[in-house]
Design a protein around this ligand. Structure first.
Ligand SMILES: NC(=O)c1ccc[n+]([C@@H]2O[C@H](COP(=O)([O-])OP(=O)(O)OC[C@H]3O[C@@H](n4cnc5c(N)ncnc54)[C@H](OP(=O)(O)O)[C@@H]3O)[C@@H](O)[C@H]2O)c1
Length: 402
């Protein structure tokens, strides 16, 4: 005990926790697989700073709340309580530990809504705070985490920890009838979504470690898979609003995501645009080509000369590359959040294998189309937390894949 009296009672803390939890949920698709977290700094019973974890890799809620409290003009000596929906982190991930930020702010009383569900970290943050003399109260009501961030419970479950694979966001554009390619005479036989959606995808690309595609897409579309522009902040509810390059609060901090091509037989042409040098303002990550063992040495050398890094994973019976091995390889590269931007062949197999955790589907106002439709699948799919919104003239569906 440090003799400090919190400036709110437990009923007020509970009410605040519930409000923060609800608001934090707005960012669920932006922060996953991290949990949604909200925090508030109080002085004399008044909230003087609120913060949310808004984007994967971005500042945590506590840090944002402390920064806002700093801006309130109330001196730090008068800050008495921090209320946070989830146990503050004690280890350094994409950002520094929140426990340290709380200690640096000198806040003497911390109310926590739920302990960390990850067994590797549970209780550590609380212990460190207590050891430093901070009084900590954990809300005795069962953790709201199941409601606020069920995806995080899956991410930190025993099986996933034992056999880790990156959090995978499948993004695709489809026509009104659910096809991934428009009719040949529309949008160069390639474009389905509107300009606003293309901008959103640029933002999303800036928030993953890698973009994964199949060789079919390389052959058909010859995409660059780069970060091309720095879109201005967008006023889309629940969609993270920091401009590209501002992810960690440091302008220009975004590292361009690696580009990964699944290509069993090295059919990727060495002259593909993905290997071309970045053009004005464009950023592109390393190009990795994942292939079967014993790849043709001549093709291999030509691709390496073009700048590709070649890796092999084992094959599967019915498919080209074994997806479990490919996803394990992605994890071993240090990729924790990846985006699948492929055609229907790889997408379908990844969905079937259960390797897609989250979806973002843009339905453009294009009639008809080429290839198999995913419309029926979407109706039947085990999707959770569905969110329907608009992006320009497109309809957007976001959901977690159960
Ligand atoms: N609307 C959209 O969002 C979108 C996005 C991308 C592409 N597209 C369209 O999709 C079309 C291309 O479709 P696609 O299906 O051929 O492209 P894809 O899914 O990107 O690539 C498929 C290829 O990936 C390789 N692959 C390696 N391992 C695999 C595995 N385990 N499972 C599945 N594939 C594996 C296979 O070739 P190997 O056996 O030779 O390795 C396979 O043929 C184009 O018309 C393009 O415009 C649409």
């Amino acid at each position: 005990m440090n003799g400090v009296t919190p400036s709110i009672d437990s009923a007020q803390a509970r009410e605040l926790l519930e409000g923060l939890g609800e608001e934090a949920r707005r960012f669920r698709f932006e922060v996953a697989p991290n949990p949604c977290v909200g925090a508030a700094v109080l002085s004399g019973g008044q909230v003087i700073g609120r913060g949310f974890h808004r984007v994967w890799g971005g500042p945590h809620a506590e840090v944002e709340a402390i920064a806002q409290a700093d801006g309130s003009g109330v001196p730090r000596e008068r800050w008495d309580t921090l209320v946070v929906t989830l146990e503050p982190c004690s280890s350094t991930g994409k950002t520094g530990p929140c426990v340290q930020a709380i200690l640096d702010a000198g806040i003497p009383y911390v109310v926590v809504g739920a302990t960390d569900p990850d067994p590797r970290h549970r209780g550590e943050g609380l212990e460190q705070l207590r050891a430093a003399g901070v009084e900590v109260m954990v809300d005795p009501v069962p953790a709201p985490l199941e409601r606020v961030a069920p995806h995080f419970l899956r991410w930190s479950d025993r099986d996933r920890i034992r056999r880790p694979r990156p959090w995978t966001v499948a993004k695709w554009a489809q026509t009104l009838t659910g096809q991934l390619s428009p009719p040949k005479d529309v949008g160069d036989g390639r474009w389905i979504s509107c300009g606003a959606s293309l901008e959103e995808v640029q933002l999303l690309r800036g928030r993953v470690d890698a973009i994964v595609t199949g060789v079919g897409t390389i052959l058909a579309d010859d995409p660059r898979l780069t970060l091309r522009r720095s879109p201005s902040p967008m006023a889309v509810d629940g969609l993270q609003t920091l401009p590209l390059g501002d992810v960690a609060g440091k302008p220009g901090a975004t590292v361009a995501p690696a580009r990964v091509i699944l290509d069993s037989w090295l059919r990727t042409p060495p002259e593909a645009r993905i290997f071309a040098a970045p053009e004005g303002g464009e950023r592109g990550g390393a190009v990795h080509v994942v292939t079967l063992p014993g790849a043709d040495p001549i093709r291999r050398r030509a691709l390496e000369a073009a700048g590709a890094r070649i890796h092999s994973v084992r094959g599967a019976k019915r498919q080209s590359l074994d997806l479990r091995s490919a996803w394990a390889w992605l994890w071993d590269q240090g990729f924790r959040r990846v985006m699948l931007e492929s055609g229907p062949t790889l997408l379908g197999n990844a969905l079937e294998a259960g390797f897609v955790d989250q979806l973002r589907v843009y339905t453009g106002s294009v009639r008809g189309g080429e290839g198999e439709s995913l419309a029926g699948w979407l109706v039947e799919a085990p999707l959770e937390e569905r969110l329907h919104r608009e992006s320009g003239s497109d309809a957007v569906l976001e959901a977690f894949h159960g």
